[in-house]
Ligand binder design. Sequence first.
Ligand code: AKG
Length: 271
Amino acid sequence: MGVLQMQRVKMDKFVIKKTLSKNKRTLVDESPGCSDAGGPTETLAEKKCRTENADSWLEQTCTWKRIRAENLSCDYTSLFNKAEANEILQRLEKDVVYFTGDLTKVQVYGKWHSIPRKQVTYGDEGLSYTFSGITLSPKPWIPVLTVIRERVQLATGHSYNFVLINRYKDGNDHIGDHRDDEKELVPQSPIASVSFGACRDFIFRHRDSRSINSVRRIEPVKLALEHGSLLMMNFPTNVYWYHSLPVRRKVLAPRVNLTFRKIKPQKPEMT
Ligand SMILES: O=C(O)CCC(=O)C(=O)O
């Protein structure tokens, strides 16, 4: 059995297949992020065509796998076909400008370390996001990110105002165990994780079962995130489960991951 097949077998242990509910599509039509999708000059015929295209795309392409464990709720689908994903990856590689200098370091147990990957944030004006001792302000949206964000919104019915992008040049680049539970996030909002490039293992570990001394033994949930895929991390996953993208030395190709988040609008500073 090849490595990819083995990854799929591991993942299928947690998977229940489902198709998108009508509900989600209704939400898409009503969500503020999509209401002006066609622009103010869109004719009724254009709107009908756009809606029908969206409906047919949802019906034909968007098949979800449900991934469930104790207090873990994730949904996984192919969001872009291979040709689309290739094109988007090329665009991302050309247009995304990653942070440099101090913004490439994080604080762990009081010590500063260079992160083993590249990172940047894009999003609506005025938002900011703090984690591991650094505050990240987003750069303004660029067209390729808008395309991905709109597809995510279409598939899920959720709108997003912020994205964190991580670029892993090869399998040596990685991200350690953490939870996306920052106070700036809209409470209980799902995080949408879109991946392009090399397929990488992604591992969830329950907070009560992370060390050998843990009292409980809860099996980790291991996924393989494919080129063009979308993983929805729904509440309360990030309360109970840590996730990581471990080193995989055999992976030679780059990977770009985008986690779309809903950030609370920030109050202006008191003077
Ligand atoms: O690259 C990935 O799939 C993981 C990224 C991640 O953990 C995060 O953005 O919090």
